[in-house]
Design a protein around this ligand. Structure first.
Ligand SMILES: [Zn+2]
Ligand SMILES: [Zn+2]
Length: 258
């Protein structure tokens, strides 16, 4: 059995928890340690039940609480060398934390959880995203990328569950009130995935095993849940109600695989 849930999703903080066998990891920790603990409790977990934190990249909404939470609860932190360097340069890495530098193209294991990192185009030092597996089922998590690539599509094909960035609606972003430089950053090739891009990406994947699709990292300014849900449902040819949307306030509850 494998299961996963989200504590929060969006530009104010991201944190997902996955469990397989007797192992549990956090994927990103962009909330304060106190808030992370509070939301874990809401999902029925204590920090002592976790093994590690996997960090995707140095942006604060993914890494902001990672080292402090890891230090408080003696968890290992897995991240790429580039992400570690960026956090060290910003004074955000804590030396006494058990820090494991990963190769962005090499699979590794955290207890019973198999972890496959994969590279993505995003404006960070060495960003990755992850596929987590119990050996039989695969959960693909993809947020924070400006555009899809062949590598992304090959890695996410055949997953049993996908958490997929639907950051913005292109018309809302470009027609909205953000300054031009910020629109260009978000909408650019190293920014964030629009609903339309998520739809095209999802439609291009092998979806034969797919049991869960959750839209994630929605912009509160430049998107609406119903637009993201409709885009993903179009790609799947399914009822909109089948597609879930992760929220900033509460992420989403446990979903089980197998
Ligand atoms: Zn982000
Ligand atoms: Zn980012």
């Amino acid at each position: 059995m494998m299961r996963f849930a989200s504590l929060a999703s969006g530009s104010k903080g991201n944190c997902l928890v996955a469990e397989a066998g007797g192992s549990r990891v956090l994927l990103d920790c962009g909330l304060s340690p106190r808030e992370t603990g509070r939301r874990l409790e809401r999902l029925g977990l204590a920090p002592a039940e976790l093994s590690a934190i996997l960090v995707t990249h140095e942006h604060d909404d993914h890494s902001g609480g990672a080292f402090a939470f890891a230090a408080a609860h003696r968890l290992a932190v897995y991240l790429t060398r580039g992400t570690l360097r960026a956090l060290e340069d910003a004074g955000k890495a804590v030396p006494q934390v058990d820090t494991r530098v990963i190769d962005a193209r090499a699979a590794f294991a955290v207890g019973d959880i198999e972890v496959q990192p994969f590279t993505v185009p995003h404006d960070a030092r060495e960003p990755v995203q992850y596929v987590l597996s119990d050996g039989a089922r695969r959960l693909g998590v993809l947020t924070d990328l400006g555009a899809s690539t062949r590598h992304v599509e090959q890695t996410l094909s055949g997953c049993d569950a996908l958490v997929l960035e639907c950051n913005h609606d292109a018309a809302m972003l470009w027609g909205g009130g953000y300054p031009k430089w910020l629109k260009e950053r978000i909408g650019g090739a190293f920014g964030h995935l629009a609903n339309e891009q998520a739809e095209t990406l999802l439609a291009s994947l092998d979806r034969s095993r797919l049991k869960h699709v959750v839209g994630a990292h929605l912009s509160e300014q430049n998107n609406r849940p119903e637009l993201a849900r409709a885009a993903l449902a179009r790609a799947l040819g399914c009822e909109e109600s089948w597609v879930a949307i992760a929220t900033q306030e509460s992420g989403f509850g446990w979903r089980a695989l197998g």
